[in-house]
Design a protein around this ligand. Sequence first.
Ligand SMILES: NC(=O)c1ccc[n+]([C@@H]2O[C@H](COP(=O)([O-])OP(=O)(O)OC[C@H]3O[C@@H](n4cnc5c(N)ncnc54)[C@H](OP(=O)(O)O)[C@@H]3O)[C@@H](O)[C@H]2O)c1
Length: 242
Amino acid sequence: MIQQQKIAVVTGANKGIGFEICRQLLDQDYRVILTARDPDRGQAATAQLLATSPAIEFFKLDVTSQADVDRLSKYLQTRYLRCDVLVNNAGIFPDQRDDLENDWPSILTAKLETIQKGLETNTYGALRLCQAIIPLMQQNHYGRIVNVSSGMGQLSDMNGCCPGYRISKTALNVITRVIADELKDTDILINSLCPGWVKTDLGGDGATREVSEGADTAIWLAMLPTGGPSGLFFRDRQVIPW
Ligand SMILES: NC(=O)c1ccc[n+]([C@@H]2O[C@H](COP(=O)([O-])OP(=O)(O)OC[C@H]3O[C@@H](n4cnc5c(N)ncnc54)[C@H](OP(=O)(O)O)[C@@H]3O)[C@@H](O)[C@H]2O)c1
């Protein structure tokens, strides 16, 4: 029997960790749908990877747009009849340093619109994608979902800085747990991960890890065997506390 090539969708993949995840999935023989909200940036990133593999294509996707998400799920349904891997990587850091105080805002003074902004992309964005793509995974009785979260969302290691980012990532972890419970006893596995502190536009210059390291656990979770873990939080392929 001919084994069909597995299809992987990665969000926010025009740069940073998402781009590297696409590159590593191509190395693992996946057909990769690189998605990005900006068509020019997304197409430029796709062209870079096309130089090494034909198994990459671009799809315009802003995770805050329900219309974009619906278009993607329709496309997958008609073109491939499947989606094997979903990596919810798109993310923003909505909190900004206070120019006057030169400090991160306290939750007591943070603007609620900043917190809403974080939720819209980092949390609802991932949930939208799960709602759109899991039915396709259910049709095929197979799926791997990787939610790129952050140690800053760990309740066990919470402190006062950056409430917009922290709340959005903790809530993303809730989505991982709730969906894992709904899908228990299936071969659709969903997990959260923290990539560590990675040198990207979001991570900044002081970060300690290269993108290759930051993407490693995502690739490992995307390729989990049947019976692998689900509903857990990982860093460096090891379970970490919520
Ligand atoms: N770097 C770290 O140290 C670190 C640590 C912990 C967790 N993470 C998580 O890792 C993930 C990737 O971050 P990164 O470090 O690679 O940051 P990055 O280089 O800033 O990349 C973020 C990506 O998300 C995209 N994005 C933002 N809003 C989007 C939207 N509404 N729709 C679609 N795409 C959107 C960005 O697109 P544009 O180019 O159009 O803005 C960009 O492609 C994020 O979820 C982040 O929270 C990173």
